[in-house]
Design a protein around this ligand. Structure first.
Ligand SMILES: [Fe+2]
Ligand SMILES: [Fe+2]
Length: 291
């Protein structure tokens, strides 16, 4: 077998489920809590732009990837991100935007920011942004699938299926951007710069502005209980940010690769809970050859 830059040890051909968001309440879907629901609603609003921007960046360079496995995974990655973007955009349009219309303005500003970044940044820095995004989505996916009872207890079943499916695909394709980045000679410095740019320009402002708007629109912005609940959801022993913090630091290791954290048991567990998925996707042996 030819050497490949790919670290991906699983196939990327999961079926796309159907989601009916008609009965989903944007304020209450996660355990009846506006704080927990809105934390993930911010990502539902933020991610489609990032996913579509990744596709626009990667599609033109697919033909330059002379590595059959990585070439195929790049196309599959784009298809998966397109499906995620479509599913979340549908949820946003049906359940989120009608009650929180200012989100559409924020999304539009971000679209023009992403467009400018993709023009201004050299390819490696652009790719590094997506390596950093994929690190975050994989961290949330891995630990979210490990502890659904802590992060998504008493969750609306449709919303749980949406995030669970998205998480599984994020884990399966978590190294594709990293592998492309390496293929095009990305350095440690540009990888770290990608994370700094992502946090400073996109994630932190995008998340804080959305949370503030959603809390204000719900009339809970000035209530101390809101921030007590949020602090607990993020920083308690099982909290989202506390659980993922060590994994975040792992991004800055020189020998980092996304499959240093083996997510195959979580993907297999989801496949056995979803027999249709396992009939399409059979596990492959792990391979992480370095070039
Ligand atoms: Fe995605
Ligand atoms: Fe992804």
């Amino acid at each position: 077998m030819n050497k490949t830059y790919s670290h991906t040890p699983v196939p990327l051909d999961f079926p796309v489920p159907e989601f009916d968001f008609a009965g989903c309440d944007a304020r209450r879907w996660n355990g009846g809590s506006a704080v927990k629901s809105h934390f993930w609603n911010t990502f539902s609003s933020l991610l489609p732009n990032i996913e579509f921007c990744a596709i626009v960046t990667l599609l033109p360079i697919v033909k330059r990837i002379d590595d059959a496995k990585l070439n195929m995974e790049t196309s599959q990655f784009c298809r998966q991100e397109g499906e995620h973007g479509n599913a979340h955009s549908r949820f946003n349009a049906q359940r989120l935007h009608p009650d929180y219309p200012f989100l559409t303005r924020m999304e539009s500003w971000e679209r023009s920011l992403f467009k400018r970044l993709s023009i201004w940044l050299p390819l490696n820095w652009n790719l590094a942004l997506f390596v950093a995004v994929e690190h975050w989505t994989a961290a949330f996916s891995h630990f979210g699938l490990q502890r659904p009872d802590d992060w998504f207890s008493e969750c609306d079943p449709t919303m749980f299926s949406l995030w669970e499916w998205h998480a599984v695909e994020e884990l399966a394709h978590k190294s594709v951007c990293f592998d492309i980045f390496r293929y095009f000679g990305g350095s440690y410095f540009s990888r770290v710069a990608g994370m700094v740019l992502l946090l400073a320009l996109i994630m932190l402002p995008g998340i804080f502005a959305r949370m503030a708007y959603l809390f204000w629109k719900d009339g809970i912005f000035f209530k101390p209980a809101t921030y007590k609940g949020l602090f607990s959801y993020l920083f308690s022993r099982t909290g989202v940010l506390r659980t993922t913090f060590l994994d975040f630091l792992g991004y800055f290791r020189l020998g980092y690769n996304p499959w240093n954290l083996d997510s195959r048991p979580l993907i297999s567990a989801w496949e056995s809970r979803n027999p249709v998925a396992s009939s399409v996707s059979a596990p492959q042996p792990a391979s992480s050859p370095d070039k």
